[in-house]
Design a protein around this ligand. Sequence first.
Ligand code: CP
Length: 294
Amino acid sequence: MKNFLSVDDLEIETVANLITQAIKFKEGSELPKFCGTVVNMFFENSTRTKHSFEMAEHKLGLHTMNFDVSTSSVNKGESLYDSVLTMQALGADVAVIRHGDNDFYETLKPLNISIVNAGSGCGSHPSQSLLDMMTIVDEFKTIVGLKVVIVGDIRHSRVAMSNMKLLKRMGAQVYFSGPEKFFDESYLDFGEYIELDDALKIADVVMLLRIQLERHEDVMKITQETYHKLYGLTEKRYESLLDHAIILHPAPVNRDVEISGCLVESKQSRIVDQMTNGVYMRMAILEKIMEEKK
Ligand code: CP
């Protein structure tokens, strides 16, 4: 694996191996140590992805460089290609990049430096998708046959785009719920739309999404309070979940909008586990890339 760009590029066997390896890391297996440099280039804000990649790099013995967009020559008109080419020329082995363009990585493929997509516009977020799969496998030992409902701002969510594709390929039964304006007929290739209160009664996994106001072209016509009442996981709706069901959310969470604030760390929530699992999954991804570079 030279690059890690999209779930579409990954064989299911590769996904399964990455999940197994990430779980082994979590269970305390001996850590490989690599000589090499990873540059983290975040053109959009991030808390979890950026810092979990940094932690993963640290645990694998890799040297980390953080490219500071705000003080870089990007402000003098330097293109993404030229910034990454420069990092390659300086000796970086891997560039972990978050960028607002859905396909930012297409122009970077000819470079020798390995590219890891850490979130591309509304397009894809493959490392989040893999850590979500890991969290599900950690809980249920399988994904096959599980009913997974994706709720909320699906239209603007790169996490939803990656997850609907990968979940279907891995044998889950996918449902969509939340405001119909965030649903698109193209999602029917992956699953069906279902009313939220019906979905919560049958779901093994409830995958909530943040409303991505920064990507909306129109102003939301309903208040956050109304959204919570109509489409949020309220304390009352939580009571209707199956006992074994788990709640996922890629975070950051808008507390009391898509989920009641008091449910973020509730018994059936795995939201904090997802953050922890992100470190181990990103270690597995970086290990696979560095192994092939040897
Ligand atoms: N889930 C996620 O991508 O979070 P950050 O935007 O904080 O990295």
